[in-house]
Design a protein around this ligand. Structure first.
Ligand SMILES: [Zn+2]
Length: 243
């Protein structure tokens, strides 16, 4: 889940603190998020102090059987909180909740939910105007969901990636995504209709009609009912309320 560390331009603690208060400007925000989403150990150490998150997970003991229900509950609550904050356009706080949820899921060894957090990191990256990081996170999530055998969620991550490409006019890469649908179509949990939606996506990609709007429609269809998604961001960190 980690990738290359950013080059050695670590934001100083004052900038990290301003980022947490949502007082950093767009270039500063991009710089901070690049470090945090890349798992930069040095910046994470500073933000851990700022956010008072306690010790890193490697120092924590394996949970006792009797603690598991409470840990699962806490992790799910933080996960839900992170989703809610992304939808409210509060990216820095969402990242904070997400990192706390991740440490609990790591202790629990909860693979599927760790992948779900990576997917959510992609949405936070978009909300904070860091499409490069969002792209890596969506690609990680697509691969991770497939490894967990979760085809429906892999399809959601794939479409998020396709929408990101469409916004950047990268139609060749959309076609490459559309040409590689078999691993998802072969998974067993695929909800009825998801396969058809993916094939529709492929036909749009092949005829160069895969606009962000069309792909967002397909994405809505692929998502299970009752689970909303963060609105697309315009890079200001403020989520547009019109959907
Ligand atoms: Zn750093």
């Amino acid at each position: 889940m980690s990738h290359d560390q950013p080059e050695d331009d670590h934001p100083d603690p004052h900038l990290l603190a301003r980022f947490m208060r949502n007082a950093a400007d767009a270039p500063e925000r991009r710089r901070v998020v690049r470090h945090l989403l890349a798992g930069c150990a040095r910046c994470a150490a500073v933000t851990r102090q700022l956010w008072d998150l306690g010790e890193p997970p490697v120092r924590q003991p394996v949970p006792q059987e009797r603690d598991l229900p409470r840990l699962r509950e806490d992790a799910a609550a933080l996960h839900q909180e992170a989703r809610r904050l992304v939808e409210a356009g509060r990216g820095p706080e969402a990242l904070q909740a997400l990192q706390r949820a991740r440490r609990l899921y790591q202790r629990l060894g909860d693979g599927p939910n760790l992948v779900r957090l990576r997917h959510l990191e992609g949405k936070i990256g978009e909300a904070l105007g860091v499409p490069g990081e969002a792209e890596i996170a969506f690609a990680d999530a697509r691969r991770g969901f497939l490894l967990e055998g979760l085809g429906g969620e892999a399809a959601e991550a794939l479409l998020d990636l396709a929408i990101l490409y469409a916004r950047q006019g990268r139609s060749l890469e959309i076609r490459a995504l559309a040409a590689d649908l078999m691993p998802i179509l072969r998974t067993r949990d695929l909800r009825q209709g998801v396969g058809a939606a993916l094939l529709f996506f492929r036909s749009l990609a092949e005829t160069e009609h895969a606009t962000p709007e069309a792909l967002s429609e397909i994405s809505r269809y692929v998502r299970p009912a009752g689970r909303p998604q963060a609105a697309p961001a315009d890079g200001t960190g403020v989520v547009n309320s019109s959907r």
